[in-house]
Design a protein around this ligand. Sequence first.
Ligand code: UDP
Length: 477
Amino acid sequence: MSLIMQNTKPHAAILASPGMGHLIPVIELGKRLVTHHGFHVTIFVVSTDSSSSAQTQLLNSPNLNFLDIISLPLVDITGLVDPAASIVTKIIVMMRESLAGLRSTIFSMEYRPTVLIADLFGTEALTIADEFEMLKYVFIASNAWFLAITIYVPTLDKRVEDEHINGQKPLKIPGCEPVRFDDTLDAYLDRTDQVYEEYIRIGREICMADGILLNTWEDLEPKTFEALRDQNLLGRVTRVPVYPIGPLARQIGPPVLDNQVLNWLDVQPSESVIYVSFGSGGTLSAEQTIELAYGLELSRQRFIWVLRPPVDKDVSGSFFNAGNGPDGSASFLPDGFMTRTKKLGRIVHMWAQQVEILAHPAVGGFLSHCGWNSTLESILNGVPMITWPLYAEQKMNATLLSEDLGLAVRPLARPDGVVRREEISKMVRRIMVDKEGYVIRKRMKEAKGKALEAVSKGGSSDESLSRVAEDCVISLQ
Ligand code: UDP
C-alpha cells in the first residue's frame, strides 16, 4: 500500500465479537465508513469452531470485496472457562484470548490501521490501540438504554444495588423508563456469576475510548441522549462523546430465486402475514413450542415461523428430515399441525432470509426476541412487533419498544414463564387485526421515516459519523 494512501485515508480496524448479531452490524459499519466516508476498513473476526454456515456465507459474499476481512486464529478456551458458563462469558474469554493474535497481526501489517473500533466484548483491545497510537472507539451494536445501564451499574453504591438486585425493585437509570428487576440486563442479576464482573469491567472500559458509537438515532431515544450528555447525570460517567450513528442494518440483497417462502409471500395479501423468529440462536422449551404452535393456529392469521428444535427435548435429527409426525410435522409440534396450517403458514427450518421477509409487502407483524438487529430491521420496514425477549438485553429492548416507544405489544407469561396459546393468539390479533394494531403500525411507519432520515445525507446519524470521520482524518496529520 502506498505511503500517500497511508497519509490521506483513515484505516479503521474493526474488531467483531463472534455471532451474527455482532458481525452483521460491524459489517454495516464497515460498509458505511468505506462508501460514505472514504475509509479503508479491515474487519477482524474472532473465529470459533462453531461458526455457522450463515456466517461463512456472509463473510464470503462477493459484495463485500471492498472490505478486508481477517479471521484471527482459532483459540481454544477449554480449561479457561467453566463448560457450564454462559455463552456471553465464553465469548468474552474468546475475545481475551484473541488479543495476542490481533496485536501481532496489526504489528505485521504494512498498511497499518490508524483507528481501532472494538465492539462491546472487545473493549480490552483498546490497550492495543494505545500501543500503536491509534484512535480508539467502542461500537455498541445496541441502543442508548443499553449504554446507559452498562455505564451506570458500575457506579451504583451498594445500597442502590441491593435495593435492585436483592430487593428486586425497578432500576431507575437516568434518561430511561424504570427497568423492572426481571427485565434488567441478565448479566447483572447474579453477582456471583463471572459475567457480572466482566460487565462491570466493560462498563468502565467503554468510558476510556475516544468515543462511543451506538447503533441507534437521536430521535428514537432523546431523553437518554440528554442524560448521557448531562454532566450532572450520565455525562459525568461517560466523559467521552457519544455518537448515535444508526440505524445501520442489512439491506435486501439481490433477488433470491426459488425461495419457497418468498414465493409463497408473493401470493399473500398485503400486511397479512406475521413473521416469527427468535434471532440467530434463540430456542424455546418443548412446552412453549407447543403453545406457540397452537397460539398461531388459534389466531387464524397467516404466519412464517423460523423453527428450531426445543432446548429441552432430544429430537435426534428427525427435525431435519421434515419431522416424523404423521403429516411430516416435526416431532415436537402438535399432531397434525402442518396439515391444519398448510394454507395458513410456512415453517422455515433454522435460518430464514429475514431482511427479505420483513421487507415483503405481505408481512404485517413480527413476533421477535427483540435482538437489536431484528428490532432495527422491523422498524426500517415499518413492521409492528410482538416482543418475546429471551436473554441478554432483549428484555430491556422489549420494555423500550412496548412501554416507551409504543411500537410493540408484549405478551404476559404465566408465573412459570410459559406464554399460553390464548395469550399468543390475542397478541397476534392485537397487532394484525385490531384497531390498536393499526395505531402501532402507523407509529412504526413514522419511526421508519425518522430512521431513514437519520442515516440519509445530512441526517443526525450521518452527521454524527461524519464527526468521527473528521477526527480520524485530523489524527493522520
Ligand atoms: N437472522 C436471519 N435469519 C434468521 C435469524 C436471524 O437473517 O433466521 C439475522 C437477522 O436478520 C439479524 C441477525 O440475524 O440481522 C440477528 O441479530 P439480532 O440482534 O436480532 O439477534 P441475535 O441473533 O444477536 O440474538
